[in-house]
Design a protein around this ligand. Structure first.
Ligand SMILES: [Fe+2]
Ligand SMILES: [Fe+2]
Length: 143
């Protein structure tokens, strides 16, 4: 279980709402694994977590295009890598009996939260604040 840490707040309310939601969904998934839930419960909870992540990344990309962010390409490439890794976890969960999804999901969460959000999301936050586009960003995160 990973505890939310306010140092990664962006100050863009709807982005923070999504980020907290993702942490919560991943922790629910880890809790199901820890509780030895059935395979179908664990699969459902993985899919719920994944939907929440995809929805966020998609909205964030639309928002970054709408505000005219100048680093969309590297940012989107990292999103692509993160979603590929997530699909890899899903495939391993289905096909590899020795696989530990909890360990893999925790590693994924760390690289998303502590590498991507802390470095790259906070970088666009600084850009958006400097460009005075926080309101537009919030609006777009609700589409
Ligand atoms: Fe991002
Ligand atoms: Fe994000």
């Amino acid at each position: 279980m990973i505890v939310w840490d306010d140092s990664i707040l962006t100050g863009i309310a709807n982005v923070d709402r999504d980020h907290k939601d993702i942490v919560e969904k991943i922790n629910l998934f880890l809790a199901d694994i820890g509780a030895d839930a059935s395979v179908s419960v664990i699969h459902d909870s993985f899919r719920r977590m994944e939907r929440c992540i995809y929805r966020h990344l998609e909205l964030e990309e639309k928002m970054l295009l709408a505000v005219g962010y100048d680093q969309t390409e590297p940012h989107f490439a990292t999103h692509k890598k993160l979603t590929d890794d997530l699909e890899g976890i899903w495939d391993d969960m289905l096909g590899n009996t020795d696989f530990h999804p909890g360990v893999a999901a925790t590693a994924w969460l760390r690289s998303w939260l502590f590498d991507h959000v802390r470095r790259e999301d906070l970088a666009y936050r600084d850009w958006i604040v400097a460009a005075d586009k926080v309101d537009l960003a919030n609006e777009r995160m609700n589409d």
